[in-house]
Design a protein around this ligand. Structure first.
Ligand SMILES: [Zn+2]
Ligand SMILES: [Zn+2]
Length: 138
């Protein structure tokens, strides 16, 4: 990280570290309030923006348009169901080697990359079939 973190950035960074999962600014805000840390929502957004510019955290947009934040160390990808909105974490990362190659060939410092898969989860696929079977019966 380039610049030293501000106090609110530090608090959010520490919080994200202990939570170990992606959370929205609103959720992080309530989480801090629950821990009796007085902080404004605008400050949370500003601190998150600052952390993002330093490459300390990454933002990911959910299907409902909400952004969730997590630490960049976790090279984690998801299968996101467009029907129920469930995010299933996957263990593989096929672009890790590519990232190293690009850093070298373009002399570009890569903070993080995103890779997401969208579709129907197993449960929602079954739900669709059931509905189709039902309409056949009727
Ligand atoms: Zn689903
Ligand atoms: Zn990856």
């Amino acid at each position: 990280m380039k610049a030293p973190l501000t106090r609110s950035q530090e608090r959010l960074f520490r919080l994200l570290k202990t939570l170990n999962q992606a959370m929205s600014a609103q959720d992080l805000y309530s989480e801090l309030r629950q821990r009796n840390e007085s902080i404004g929502l605008a400050t949370v957004y500003r601190a998150l923006e600052g952390l993002k510019l330093q490459g300390a955290i990454q933002a990911r947009k959910l299907t409902n348009g909400e952004s969730v934040y997590s630490l960049t160390q976790s090279d984690q990808h998801h299968l996101t169901c467009v029907n129920c909105g469930r995010s299933i974490p996957i263990a593989e990362c096929p672009v890790h080697d590519l990232e190293n190659k690009l850093e070298f060939s373009h002399q570009f410092k890569v903070y993080y990359h995103t890779l997401e898969f969208f579709g129907l989860c197993h449960g929602c696929q079954l739900g669709d079939e059931e509905k189709q079977n039902l309409s056949k019966v009727i």
